[in-house]
Design a protein around this ligand. Structure first.
Ligand code: FES
Length: 80
């Protein structure tokens, strides 16, 4: 399903980016250009990002840290 029409970004691409280590909406914008057109998709993209991070809590990240630790840091910093 397309999340960002302007940049033709799908929910699957967002999921793959998160699986690859993306943890913030800014990183998502940088790697997929999601939200860099009209910006109307940012809430939906952020919701998918949050859900993917929640689903990955407790799993190992590519750099060896734990998703739960990253999620906690994001929540504490107000980024998630
Ligand atoms: S729909 Fe994503 S920038 Fe317009």
């Amino acid at each position: 399903m397309y999340v960002c029409i302007c940049k033709a970004v799908t929910d699957s691409e967002i999921s793959r980016a998160v699986a690859g280590g993306v943890t913030t909406i800014d990183d998502l914008r940088a790697c997929l250009s999601v939200g860099s057109g009209c910006g109307k998709c940012l809430d939906a993209a952020a919701a998918i990002l949050r859900k993917q991070l929640d689903d990955q809590v407790g799993r190992q990240t590519p750099d060896g840290s734990r998703w739960g630790d990253i999620r906690s840091k994001l929540v504490l910093s107000g980024a998630a």
